[in-house]
Design a protein around this ligand. Structure first.
Ligand SMILES: *Cc1c(COP(=O)(O)O)cnc(C)c1O
Ligand code: SF4
Length: 350
């Protein structure tokens, strides 16, 4: 890794109060929409790019939740390695067809709870399920069976969702989620954020997104201006599970985000065979730190059908976090939690 990639100068940035025009950039980055259109969707192509042994590939075509991975993310995978931790997060595997006790299509019992795309489980916070679209398909995703067509907040424009927030007492924080909310264009997001800003009690806007990690070109000047221009406190929670996801392009995107948002956090999922060892978790925290991102949550797997082979038991999970606590400063140790239906917060796992 070159020293140059870490020489980002925090003061050397476009003034946020500047005009609404796109500032001229010395080197225009790749267009994220084009990168997304050109993402890999074909198993044979992925196998070819990574020179995977086709005969040992226990991959399957998965019509309901097809393969999707941007090329810049594929470029961070090791070639000829079926165990690569990034590959395993995206490769549809025959293991997904195995059934496990306690795993279902709606493990968090969210499907019936959402109204106009709004989910309220916790005091003061409303989560908006904005879209089904994501920049990547993560095989362990807990919302892989969410009924987006009926429930997404964008289905009938933003007004029904905004009305639901307005009519819910005591909302101080609105969380944009999905799918991935940054799948929406900056113009659409600006519309929505403007509507949220007009709701008096709302002080905080939070965005849960995997874009800065899997497709960092998404962090463009329009987006950072939107974040820095709102009256609300802003929190961006990204999602990385392994240090190898955070290459130099992610580090620079994260540093740009950091200029624009009040808090920049990460959540991870603990995944068997991907990051379920102390070494991986320590490296992940250190790499996040370098990118200016603080570890927030480490989730044990939500028990969604098709993801059973990724599960790590609670006792092993707790042991792992105890081990990394002995190796990292406290601010780099994520909180190990589980999401349980009906609870008033995420539940700590000990
Ligand atoms: C996880 C989650 C939140 C946010 O919880 P925090 O502990 O504040 O990060 C809010 N609403 C829903 C529905 C959630 O699943
Ligand atoms: S980016 Fe997030 S919502 Fe989308 S598939 Fe991955 S885990 Fe699920």
């Amino acid at each position: 890794m070159s020293a140059e990639s870490y020489s980002f100068d925090k003061r050397n940035r476009t003034p946020l109060s500047a005009s609404n025009k796109e500032p001229a950039r010395p080197k225009p980055g790749p267009d994220w929409k084009q990168e997304l259109r050109e993402a890999v969707r074909d198993l044979d192509e992925l196998a070819g790019l990574l020179e995977l042994p086709r005969d040992r590939l226990d991959a399957i075509a998965s019509p309901d939740f097809p393969l999707l991975v941007p090329r810049s993310f594929v470029a961070r995978m090791r070639k000829r390695d079926l165990q690569d931790p990034l590959l395993r997060q995206v490769l549809p595997s025959i293991a997904e067809t195995r059934r496990y006790d306690g795993f279902s299509g709606d493990p968090l019992r969210e499907h019936a709870l959402a109204r106009n795309g709004c989910l309220q489980k916790y005091a003061g916070r409303v989560l908006l399920v904005l879209t089904a679209a994501c920049p990547v398909h993560c095989r362990y995703c807990f919302r892989r069976e969410f009924p987006y067509a009926e429930q997404a907040a964008t289905r009938a424009g933003f007004e029904p969702a905004l009305a639901t927030i307005r009519n819910t007492a005591g909302v101080t924080e609105v969380i944009l989620s999905g799918g991935d909310p940054l799948s929406l264009t900056n113009e659409k997001l600006a519309d929505l954020v403007g509507g949220i800003e007009d709701i008096p009690g709302v002080r905080t806007l939070r965005i849960h997104t995997r874009f800065p990690i899997v497709l960092p070109a998404r962090i463009d000047p329009g987006l950072t201006r939107l974040l820095s221009g709102t009256r609300m406190q802003t929190v961006v929670v990204v999602h990385a599970n392994h240090a190898a996801e955070i290459d130099d392009s992610v580090v620079s995107a994260a540093r740009e985000l950091k200029q624009a948002t009040d808090l920049l956090l990460n959540q991870s999922v603990l995944l068997r065979g991907i990051n379920d060892d102390a070494e991986s978790l320590v490296s992940l925290s250190e790499r996040l730190h370098l990118a200016g991102i603080l570890p927030y949550y480490l989730h044990v797997l939500d028990r969604v059908a098709g993801a059973g082979h990724f599960e790590v038991g609670d006792a092993d999970a707790a042991r792992l976090v105890a081990a990394i606590r002995h190796r990292l400063p406290g601010y780099l140790v994520p909180r190990l939690v589980r999401e349980l239906p009906g609870e008033l917060s995420k539940t700590p796992v000990y």
